[in-house]
Design a protein around this ligand. Structure first.
Ligand SMILES: [Cu+2]
Length: 233
């Protein structure tokens, strides 16, 4: 009876806090810091674009598990996607409102998450629903400089790092997992962790961006962006 009561009391607490996540009775917090080292050994200045996740948690991915998942959005403004990096669970809708008075498009050719929202301008918005776990690279078919990344996960245990590289993922069911971190230039890194039944486990990961080479991308037809294309809109 005792474990049931404990769980029941946690459910009530979660309900009182307005949280959609029902933490299991035995759950710990994964916390830590991610570093991304650039060519000259200095720290990257966009650590807030690092996504950290706990791999292999059997808890089902539920779009409602993250309180803000239903409102996930990437705004097109001043010929740029903001935020540049977003993390959601598979099945979550992502809105792409255009805040510019000119046409933009959002498309991806990233595997199962391929999509194309066509052309629209302010105040219209488009929506895409994340399909499969993975890294989704989003571009605009008119402006080659516009890019965003959506990290799609199969469980709700993920976080974006803070500007200082710190992160915190609460409510992870106790057990042994791999924690992974991903950054656009630093790539993916991973480390094994044992999540305790209560309390925290600290971890630290360093991603190496020193070998990163910037490369261009094709438009949604798999062709090079033409200089004249942008003039049409
Ligand atoms: Cu555009």
């Amino acid at each position: 009876m005792r474990p049931f009561r404990l769980e029941a009391s946690l459910r009530v607490s979660a309900a009182l806090l307005g949280l959609a996540v029902v933490f299991p009775a035995s759950a710990g917090t994964v916390t830590g810091t991610i570093s991304v080292l650039e060519k000259d050994g200095r720290q990257a200045n966009d650590l807030g674009d690092v996504v950290v996740w706990v791999d292999g948690v059997s808890a089902k991915a539920r779009p409602e598990a993250k309180p803000d998942a239903a409102k996930a959005r990437i705004v097109m403004r001043a010929k740029s996607f903001t935020p540049h990096v977003l993390a959601v669970t598979a099945g979550s809708p992502v809105e792409f409102p255009n805040d510019d008075p000119i046409f933009h498009n959002a498309f991806s050719v990233s595997g199962e998450n391929r999509f194309d929202l066509d052309l629209y301008k302010r105040p219209k918005s488009g929506q895409w629903t994340a399909v499969a776990p993975g890294i989704v690279r989003v571009f605009c078919n008119i402006h080659p400089q516009m890019s965003a990344i959506v990290v799609v996960r199969d469980n709700p245990f993920f976080a974006k790092a803070g500007a200082d590289g710190s992160f915190r993922i609460p409510g992870v069911p106790a057990g042994q997992y791999t924690v992974k971190a991903w950054h656009e230039r630093g790539g993916e890194g991973s480390i094994a962790v044992t999540v305790p039944a209560t309390g925290e486990v600290g971890t630290r990961l360093v991603l190496d961006a020193s070998n990163y080479k910037r490369s261009g991308h094709k438009n949604k037809f798999g062709k090079d962006y033409s200089a004249s294309g942008a003039d049409k809109y």
